[in-house]
Ligand binder design. Structure first.
Ligand code: SF4
Ligand code: FES
Length: 562
């Protein structure tokens, strides 16, 4: 495991409490460390500071020194160094800590300033919480309650701005709720690299809009919805489907590519409603791609595989194929399987005395959060020893073995063998045992189809492109007629004549830790939410396909593990 370097620390005083914070921290973040809330709208820890909402006003001062002698000026009343307080409020987001900085976040001046800002913001913004889809996640609602004056002196006509404007295919704008914080503009321009949003007109008439001839249609557009602090931007897909406080949140990992974006699955009564990103500063900051958010729809897809046949009957069918083809069996594992499944896949191949292949899945990376390797867990297959070299896109050697009669049964773990280069004629020559979630040409040709579950219906772990092992947790129960992959693999191992291994995450991990050297000090339950970086020395020289992404630089990885 690799420990991060310790940052330089600066001592500051916030509301009378002394705290050492890393150099470069701003007052909002420093206050957060002592559980002091500095309300804010435009500030976002992963965006440039612009200081345009004025909600984060604080009172600040510095220890007094004699300008001539540079000696500390003492306060005779307290016996401590005098503090020179600035007589006007300052913005916390734009104030970086310096040694001895004193901050007040609850003084009468700060309270008055906040009430003034809230009153100003609410001049045109409605407090339409009962009908606003952002209720439950809206900072305006929270801060109007926590820091507002409680009444408005504004008696004139409110400026009513446009409703339900489609900014792009996935994002809807209710303009009257926008507080002009510019987070969405900065995110699109600075993070997504798509300068599509801006403000037009002035004063109360100022509105957010797309630049002429442009749309908010980049693949990261839904992050603007996540970071909009009020209810102005909403997801067209999720809008009005469910109140957020009814939803259960489960930590998961995006399977779109080897980046391993940390995310949250939101569900109610076994149904998923949306996927949002989860903060991990080492992997995805607080972002995720729109294309990763729709993967939850695969759970209820019409081509989902299920079976009314009992699992034991399906295993018996597979066992018959194993028996008939003893010594002539091949296993096609998957870079989309979890570490735990890959560990059992290796055991299955050993029990069957079968060859193992893995199918690579690559496409252009976007340099941000989608890497060129579209399998989430090729590293897991290396770590568990399921494979020792990087997989190829086409199963040419398996094709030759089928043609020569060397292989008579193929066990495919969710891989479509036709897409991986085999022909329908080759598939017809073998008996196929297919474990998978969705129908494809291979499941159609298979003698035995064992329906399994999606990432949202099970628990496990993936090793991402940084060799960071990250866990995902079961969000919803399995679809009726689909079976947990670990149970299926354990039963297949028993059907192949070996001792059935544990088929539960908790009991399987001690076995994994004992047999896989790199994982010897890891247990599933002790993997933190942000993952654990593994020692990648063994695989450093392999020609991985990934280019640079948000927090991955291939050269840096090599240097870090020396
Ligand atoms: S739409 Fe939301 S994120 Fe964008 S400027 Fe308005 S309040 Fe800020
Ligand atoms: S958060 Fe500081 S000015 Fe907006």
């Amino acid at each position: 495991m690799i420990q991060p370097a310790k940052p330089d620390l600066v001592t500051v005083n916030i509301d009378g409490k002394e705290i050492a914070v890393p150099k470069g921290t701003n007052v909002i973040e420093a206050a957060r460390l002592v559980n002091v809330d500095v309300p804010h709208y435009c500030y976002h820890p992963k965006l440039a500071v612009v200081g345009n909402c004025r909600m984060c006003l604080i009172e600040m001062g510095m220890p007094a020194v004699d300008p001539a002698t540079k000696a500390a000026v003492m306060d005779p009343a307290t016996g401590k160094q005098k503090i020179n307080w600035i007589p006007r409020p300052q913005i916390g987001c734009g104030t970086t800590v310096s040694p001895g900085l004193h901050v007040k976040t609850t003084s009468p001046m700060v309270k008055d300033a906040r009430e003034g800002v809230m009153e100003f913001l609410l001049i045109n913004h409605p407090l339409d919480c009962p009908i606003c889809d952002q209720a439950g996640e809206c900072k305006l609602q929270e801060q109007a309650t926590g820091y507002g004056r409680g009444y408005s002196r504004f008696i004139e006509q409110k400026n009513v701005k446009p409703k339900r404007t489609q900014l792009g295919p996935r994002v809807t704008l209710d303009d009257e709720r926008c507080v002009l914080c510019s987070r969405c503009i900065r995110f699109s321009r600075d993070v997504a690299g798509a300068d599509v949003l801006g403000f037009v007109d002035r004063g109360s008439y100022s509105t957010l809009t797309c630049h002429p001839d442009k749309k908010l249609d980049h693949n990261y557009s839904l992050n603007t919805v996540d970071i909009c602090p009020v209810g102005a931007l909403t997801s067209t897909d999720f809008r009005f489907k469910m109140r957020v406080w009814f939803l259960k949140q489960t930590n998961t990992i995006c399977t779109e590519s080897s980046v391993g974006v940390n995310s949250v699955a939101w569900s109610r009564e076994g149904t998923l409603y949306r996927i949002t990103p989860r903060r991990n500063d080492e992997v995805n900051d607080t972002w995720m791609a729109d294309s990763g958010r729709v993967l939850y729809k695969q759970v209820q897809a019409t081509d989902r595989l299920t079976s009314e046949t009992a699992l034991d009957a399906l295993i018996a069918q597979a066992a018959a194929s194993f028996k008939a083809s003893a010594g002539a069996i091949a296993v096609v594992g998957s870079g989309r399987s979890s570490v735990e499944e890959q560990f059992l896949t290796k055991k299955l191949a050993a029990a069957l005395n079968a060859s193992v292949s893995l199918v690579s899945r690559t496409a252009q990376g976007d340099k941000l959060l989608i890497s060129a390797d579209r399998n989430p867990n090729v590293r897991g297959a290396l770590v568990t020893g399921l494979i020792t070299a990087l997989p190829a896109a086409q199963l040419t050697s398996l094709a030759a073995d089928i043609d020569s009669g060397k292989v008579k049964t193929v066990v495919s773990i969710g891989e479509d063998l036709i897409a991986a280069g085999l022909t329908a004629a080759q598939l017809a020559k073998v008996s196929i045992v297919y474990l998978g979630t969705h129908a494809n040409a291979t499941s159609a040709a298979a003698k035995t189809v064992i329906p399994t579950v999606t990432v949202f219906e099970k628990a496990g772990s993936f090793v991402n492109q940084q060799f960071r092992i990250q866990k995902f947790i079961q969000a919803i129960p399995p679809l009726a007629g689909a079976h947990n992959d670990l149970s299926v693999l354990a039963k297949l191992i028993a059907a192949a004549g070996a001792a059935a291994p544990a088929d539960q995450i908790g009991t399987l991990w001690p076995l994994i830790a004992a047999e896989v050297p790199v994982l010897s000090s890891v247990l599933y339950k002790t993997i933190p939410d942000t993952g654990v970086l593994l020692d990648a020395t063994t695989w450093r020289a392999l020609p991985f396909v990934e280019d640079q992404t948000l927090h991955f630089k291939p050269a840096a990885l090599a240097a870090a593990t020396v």
